[in-house]
Design a binder for this molecule. Structure first.
Ligand code: 9D3
Length: 259
């Protein structure tokens, strides 16, 4: 398959220089494993001030992003490649991004990411132009740009060849999802804080068991939502229940979030 292509349409194209020029996304671009193009929405305006917003019909505070630049931009950007794009509007009203949705997006050959703004976009853009609407979580951003960067990062990691096979296998496990176990490196004692003794023991079997237990406990305490979806053996369920009971006794009277 040819490399997936991302087109980003934004009124702040300059924001994308930097964040996507580092790390894994950078390597993927350099290797030709993804293609990324950023477009200035104002290129599809026709007035001297390159106006992209206007007053809301019906009145009210703030401005609304006008429909025509979006439709003209999409038409032009669509024609830049023969593959039909999946058009995504980044907006707080969209489906929340999670790894399952990242996988769905990674199955597309071409994504156009439309960055909305705080003021909001004309409803006809969301209804008639976008194939999907996507949020990255329940908090308020000033625009879709940072969200688009998150999408590019998360999707790029799933493009074949971008990660080494070991790293991608490890990432796959997020779906069956437990949090990671604690990790340490040298020095073994720092400011009097020691690394757990078992990790220095050389007992690989026992270390693997300890790490799994740490993952289970951590996930139970911090992300019970993930634990509910994870596949645990009967033995693991049993161990975890006992560990949680024991911990409840130990920490009786302490606040719930104490580690
Ligand atoms: C008038 C402002 N808000 C009323 C509740 C709506 C609003 C619209 C647009 C709030 C923020 C924004 C700008 N944010 C995005 O465009 C955005 C976003 C976000 O704010 N949170 C999480 N994901 C995303 S994706 C795009």
């Amino acid at each position: 398959m040819s490399s997936p292509r991302f087109d980003i349409i934004t009124i702040f194209p300059g924001m994308f220089a930097g964040p996507l020029d580092y790390s894994i996304v950078r390597r993927a671009r350099d290797a030709g494993l993804i293609e990324l193009h950023v477009h200035d929405l104002r290129d599809w305006t026709h007035d001297r001030h390159r106006t992209v917003d206007d007053y809301p019909f019906g009145g009210g505070a703030g401005m609304v992003m006008k429909a025509p630049p979006w439709f003209e931009a999409l038409e032009a950007v669509r024609a830049m490649d023969s593959r039909p794009p999946h058009v995504v509007l980044l907006s707080p009203q969209g489906r929340t991004l999670e790894q399952a949705l990242v996988r769905e997006l990674a199955a597309r050959e071409r994504l156009v990411l439309c960055c909305g703004h705080y003021e909001g976009v004309d409803e006809r853009v969301r209804e008639r132009l976008a194939d999907a609407e996507l949020s990255i979580g329940d908090y308020v951003l000033s625009g879709g740009e940072t969200a688009a960067m998150v999408v590019v990062d998360a999707v790029t990691r799933l493009v074949p060849g971008v990660l080494g096979s070991a790293a991608s296998a490890a990432d796959d496990s997020f779906g069956g999802g437990l949090l990671e176990y604690p990790q340490y490196t040298r020095p073994a004692v720092y400011r009097g804080w020691s690394v757990p003794e078992i990790l220095l023991s050389g007992h690989h079997q026992r270390i693997a068991g300890w790490r799994r237990q740490q993952q289970l406990l951590r996930t139970a305490l911090r992300r019970p939502d993930l634990l509910a979806r994870a596949s645990l053996s009967v033995a693991e369920r049993g161990w975890l229940e006992a560990a949680l009971r024991e911990r409840a006794l130990e920490t009786e009277g302490e606040p719930d979030d104490a580690h």
